[in-house]
Design a protein around this ligand. Structure first.
Ligand code: AMP
Ligand code: ZN
Ligand code: FE
Ligand code: FE
Length: 290
């Protein structure tokens, strides 16, 4: 008997800040009845091949994806990129640059924490990450282990909260650049958990102009009013309503795997956006003077 819903378009593995190896993540999702899953590790497609192989064995269609966290005046703008190619070398160059920036940022945060009297070692943080894209979740776990915060989750509200003393801004993409990067590499961009954006109404038309194709509508922490707001934005801007658990396997963040209902028509609608970009590119090529 399945305990989850069949579609989950937002999950994380140990290739970024999730707690499980890609294979184990897919196994757990399959056991809950998931049949279509996006592995959307932050700034990396490193888990895609392994997840796809596990999915083939277990009857889960894995969509290679990433989640790009951005830096700007607009609060937490995270862009999901669907249907990306793990063998795209130019995309990998950009993602590597983002991951290197993540590493430097966490190093700086470790230095600040040590100076503030909350000793943590970079070695421990790296050991927790097991080679995945470094992020504050790894730091949160190290802080909890060292007894500097009462719980893993509370670290995000105290020591390493945005704007807190030990916080360091990321150097990375702006929201518009993140959308453009996904589009330029043949992917389909969707705005993750839109209510972490500050100034959503003003930012939306800009994201849409940059090529945004979806909006994460079905999300664990969305009450019906927020879902309705997302559906209205999807209609207004001709976006595909997407959704997923944002499962990490750490702390209280996100829903259980397959824990969010996502309508089945979402998948063909997203696939059509992929086709639309390809068709637009071909029209340009045919219409060009070469
Ligand atoms: P970073 O990208 O390093 O700034 O870390 C942000 C990531 O931390 C998000 O993508 C989430 O995965 C995670 N996160 C943010 N807030 C929380 C929270 N309150 N509890 C647990 N995880 C969180
Ligand atoms: Zn994360
Ligand atoms: Fe996110
Ligand atoms: Fe996420």
């Amino acid at each position: 008997m399945s305990v989850g819903y069949p579609i989950d378009l937002h999950t994380h593995s140990l290739r970024s800040d999730g707690a499980y190896e890609p294979t184990e993540l897919i196994e757990r999702a399959a056991a809950r009845g998931v049949t279509i899953q996006a592995l959307a590790d932050h700034d990396t497609l490193a888990g895609a091949a392994e997840a796809i192989a596990a999915g083939e064995r277990l009857g889960v269609r894995v969509i290679p994806s990433t989640e790009l966290n951005t830096e700007s005046q607009w609060g937490d703008v995270h862009v999901l990129g669907y249907f990306l190619d793990p063998a795209d070398a130019a995309l990998e160059d950009r993602l590597r640059w983002l991951r290197e920036n993540r590493g430097r940022r966490i190093e700086l945060m470790v230095e600040k924490l040590n100076a503030l009297g909350y000793p943590v070692s970079l070695e421990r943080v790296m050991a927790i990450a097991k080679g995945g894209s470094l992020g504050r979740p790894h730091l949160a776990q190290a802080l909890f282990e060292a007894g500097h915060v009462a719980s893993y989750d509370s670290a995000f509200d105290t020591l390493i909260a945005k704007g807190a003393e030990a916080y360091v801004q990321r150097i990375g993409l702006t929201p518009l650049e993140a959308v453009q990067l996904v589009v330029a590499h043949g992917g389909v961009p969707s705005l993750a958990h839109p209510f972490t954006v500050v100034g959503l109404e003003e930012l939306m038309p800009q994201l849409v102009a940059a090529g945004l194709a979806g909006i994460e509508t079905y999300y664990g922490s969305h009450p019906p009013t927020m879902t309705a707001t997302c559906l209205a934005l999807a209609r207004r801007y001709d976006l595909v309503p997407t959704g997923g658990s944002d499962f990490h396997g750490r702390g209280d963040h996100g829903a259980p795997l397959g824990g969010t209902f996502v309508p089945p028509e979402t998948i063909p609608a997203l696939e059509a956006r992929r086709g639309r970009r390809a068709a637009a590119t071909m029209t340009t090529a045919v219409g060009g003077d070469s």
